[in-house]
Structure formats: structure tokens, C-alpha cells
Design a protein around this ligand. Structure first.
Ligand SMILES: [Zn+2]
Length: 450
């Protein structure tokens, strides 16, 4: 009899494959972190397993892929309310970001990863930009790895920005940034749970030379890259003043718009710019909560989808969202675009779940092994319990997950075949109350709270 490392049985499986296959009374067998059995349970066939979960009444779905987070901002929840982006950056975020300590960075990465796993996320993309101390990036990676979450560290850079009050400690020549990215890539080259990316941080903190140099490096080494793009109208203003054209036009001119590029926000894209992104195969990370919190606007996501742009979802940093909960972002995405378009058919629950799973995996170039529950793919799986008060009764599993759920529904989170969270307990051994106390102590010590 075949023996699996882990068997999940008796649950409904939302595979999120191309056909949208749903399997009632399904079974999943996992071997070496890979899904090596997925089918309808047969009464006359039994398998042995080192570990078994009877998931009767639960729904198995692919873990969420959060394509945009800033870990250190998780310590700033609730600060900086009612400010526009530049003011919010200068008053609430940068003063802390420039003096974030090693311990604070560790605790922040821990907090983000645990909140993410508790709300169904299995892959987390950290957009890292507090580059005044190289060790901060290493500590961030180490802490994400410790929790068992799959992660991408996007070590970005800023080579300009005095006129926008970019802290001097962040600014560095692009060559320094490339050396640092290469160091991190070498250090984690053999770790399949972490990928290292790079990219410019934002338009007003990057020179044309910076774009060209990082692009050359990325294309040469096969490194994927990201950037905040057109979050606010200022993105274009700065570029027009310095280079006489809008940022999308400039990026296209230098060949920056490729299928290796993940553009974050894209709130102020024009129709022509959306067409350009679609033509070049650029993916978008849509972060609706941050866009609403900072009053940046509502990204033209339905137009992006119509033009064939691959759209993924991100929570953004908790300083502009106040949470790292993807279920919250999923619901918000489904609702705001119906409202913005005055059309309830503008975006469907199924489309939004796809954005949070398989399309997120596509945005990372990982769709061959992540984002759906299929034979041979990595076992990044969430078990969703619909028997919680908010979700009763369930008529349609996808509608329930999108509109009537919270982190309370997440029963179990599995990453690479390992149970990282189950029924309120994190496998890494961190206790929530203890973490809350540690963070409070550290913030008090750092003078952020009294
Ligand atoms: Zn961001």
C-alpha cells in the first residue's frame, strides 16, 4: 500500500484549475511537499499516511499569494490615518523606517507572516526598501523562513529623492543595490522557500540610469523585478519634470515593461497605458485597501482584466491597510469594482479568488508549481471551515469565501506539505499573546509608544 507524508480527506476541493474543477468528498495525498494524489474519494481504496487529517465539512483551496507587503510597517498599524501618500510617508512611515532596529524588524516579519498564515496566505512577497542597514533584509528573510511561509524578498532601491524627502539613508547608487541583491541571491540560492527579486522603489526616487542599470542586471541574471507604479498622480509629475514624459512611456522606451515585471498599484493608468502593459505581459499587484486608506483612488482593474493584464492581489504594508489579511482584501476587491463600475457583474467572486491564487502565482512566474491544487504542484493548501457564524449557511463555497468569511474560518494552513498553522496554533511555536507582549515591549523601548 502506498504511504503518503500527509493525507487530507473527506473535504470539498476547490482546485482553481483552468476548468474550475470542484471535487466533492475529495482526498489529497502529499509526498515530499508535492500533491501526488488528488481525486474523489473511493470507498474501496485506502492509503496509508504518516499523518492524516479528516477534513469532513471543510473546503480545501490553494493558499493565497499576497504579492505586496512591507513587513516593518506592521508595527505602525493605526498611525498615519487621514494623510495623503506623501504626507503619510514623511510623517508616519519614514521616521520609523529609518531607525527600525534589528529586533523590531524581526518581530515585524514574524507578525506579518503569522497574520498572513492565520488568514490563509501561503506565499508572501516582501517589498523591502529600508536599506540603511543590509542586515535588516537578512533578518526579515530569516524570520519569514522560521514561520514556514513561502516568501519572496524584493530588495528594492532608491538612487534619488531629496526633493521628495526620501531619507538619505535609503538612497544608494544602483551599483550598491545590485551588489546587495546579488549577495542575497547567493546566500539563499539553495533555499527553495525564498526567492530574491529587486526593482526600483518608486518613480520619484529613481533616475533613468537607475532603471536602465537594474533592468540590465535583471535581464542578464534572470531576476524578476517590481516597483510601485502610478499609485498617485505624483508618479507622473516627477517623471515629466525630469524626463519630459510619463513614467509608463519612459519605462516602455527603455524596455522595462516585460513579463518579468510586477507593477504595484497602477491606480492612475490611462486606457492606452493599460493596453501597453497587456502587450508587454506585465503583471499588476492590486492593493485596494491601501489605495482607499490613502485616498489614492480605485485602480482600473476591470479595464486591466478586459485588456488581458494578469492581476494579482496584495495587502500592502499594514501602515496603509492596518492588516495583512488577504480575506479582507479579497472581499474589498469584489465589492469596490462593482460599485465603481455601477455594475454587479463587473467582477465575479471566482475572478477575485483566481487573482488571490493562480493569478498571484502567475505574477511571480510560479504558476507551474503554485496557485492551484493539481497533481505535481506544491502542497500549499488552506482548509476553510464554513461552519463559523459569519458563513452560515453556505450555498456556494466561492461566494462564502469571498463575501462571508474572516480569518476565523481558516482551520489549517499548509505550506510545501507542512502544517504551519492549525486551529489557532502556529507550528513554529510562537504564541500570539507572547508576541503581542514582545512587540509592545520593543516599541516602548524604541520610544514609539509610551
Ligand atoms: Zn507598497
Amino acid at each position: 500500500m502506498k504511504t503518503y507524508d500527509l493525507i487530507l480527506e473527506n473535504m470539498t476541493i476547490l482546485t482553481m484549475d483552468v476548468e474550475g474543477t470542484m471535487i466533492e468528498d475529495g482526498i489529497i495525498g502529499i509526498e515530499n511537499g508535492i500533491i501526488s494524489l488528488i481525486e474523489k474519494q473511493k470507498p474501496d481504496v485506502s492509503f496509508s499516511a504518516n499523518k492524516r487529517i479528516d477534513a469532513k465539512g471543510l473546503i480545501a483551496l490553494p493558499g493565497f499569494v499576497n504579492t505586496h507587503v512591507h513587513c516593518f510597517q506592521s508595527l505602525l498599524k493605526g498611525l498615519g490615518a487621514d494623510l495623503p501618500l506623501i504626507g503619510w510617508l514623511n510623517k508616519a512611515v519614514q521616521p520609523f523606517g529609518v531607525r527600525v532596529t534589528h529586533r523590531q524588524q524581526e518581530l515585524a516579519a514574524l507578525l506579518v507572516s503569522l497574520e498572513a498564515m492565520k488568514s490563509g496566505t501561503t506565499t508572501l512577497c516582501e517589498f523591502f526598501y529600508t536599506n540603511q542597514d543590509p542586515e535588516l533584509a537578512d533578518l526579515c528573510v530569516e524570520m519569514m523562513r522560521k514561520t514556514g511561509i513561502r516568501s519572496v524578498l524584493m530588495r528594492t532601491f532608491q538612487d534619488y529623492g531629496e526633493e521628495y524627502n526620501v531619507p538619505a539613508g535609503y538612497v544608494e547608487p544602483v551599483e550598491t543595490a545590485i551588489k546587495e541583491v546579488e549577495r542575497l541571491r547567493q546566500k539563499y540560492a539553495s533555499d527553495y522557500m525564498i526567492s530574491i527579486w529587486t526593482g526600483p522603489d518608486v518613480t520619484w526616487a529613481t533616475t533613468k540610469r537607475g532603471y536602465e542599470a537594474i533592468l540590465e542586471y535583471c535581464l542578464d541574471k534572470g531576476v524578476r523585478y517590481t516597483m510601485h507604479l502610478k499609485e498617485t498622480p505624483e508618479d507622473d509629475d516627477m517623471c515629466r519634470r525630469h524626463y519630459g514624459k510619463g513614467i509608463v512611456e519612459l519605462l516602455d522606451e527603455i524596455g522595462f515593461l516585460t513579463d518579468k515585471f510586477l507593477a504595484v498599484h497602477c491606480v492612475h493608468l490611462t486606457r492606452d497605458e493599460i493596453k501597453t502593459l497587456a502587450r508587454r505581459g506585465v503583471s499588476v499587484s492590486h492593493n485596494p485597501a491601501a489605495n482607499l486608506y490613502l485616498g489614492s483612488g480605485i485602480a482600473p482593474i476591470t479595464n486591466c482584466l478586459r485588456e488581458g493584464v494578469n492581476v494579482s492581489l496584495g495587502t500592502d504594508g499594514a501602515a496603509s491597510n492596518n492588516t495583512t489579511d488577504m480575506l479582507d482584501t479579497i472581499r474589498l476587491t469584489a465589492l469596490i469594482h462593482k460599485g465603481a463600475c455601477y455594475d454587479p457583474t463587473a467582477i465575479s467572486a471566482d475572478q477575485v479568488i483566481r487573482m488571490a491564487t493562480i493569478d498571484g502565482a502567475k505574477a511571480l512566474g510560479m504558476e507551474r508549481f503554485l496557485g492551484s491544487l493539481e497533481l505535481g504542484k506544491k502542497a500549499d493548501i488552506v482548509l476553510f471551515d464554513p461552519s463559523r457564524i459569519k458563513s452560515i449557511p453556505m450555498h456556494d463555497p466561492i461566494a462564502t469565501i469571498v463575501y462571508s468569511s474572516s480569518a476565523e474560518n481558516i482551520d489549517t494552513t499548509i505550506v510545501n506539505g507542512e502544517i504551519v498553522y492549525r486551529k489557532g496554533v502556529f507550528s513554529c511555536g510562537i504564541d500570539e499573546k507572547e508576541l503581542a507582549w514582545l512587540i509592545k515591549y520593543e516599541l516602548k523601548r524604541g520610544g514609539l509608544i509610551h
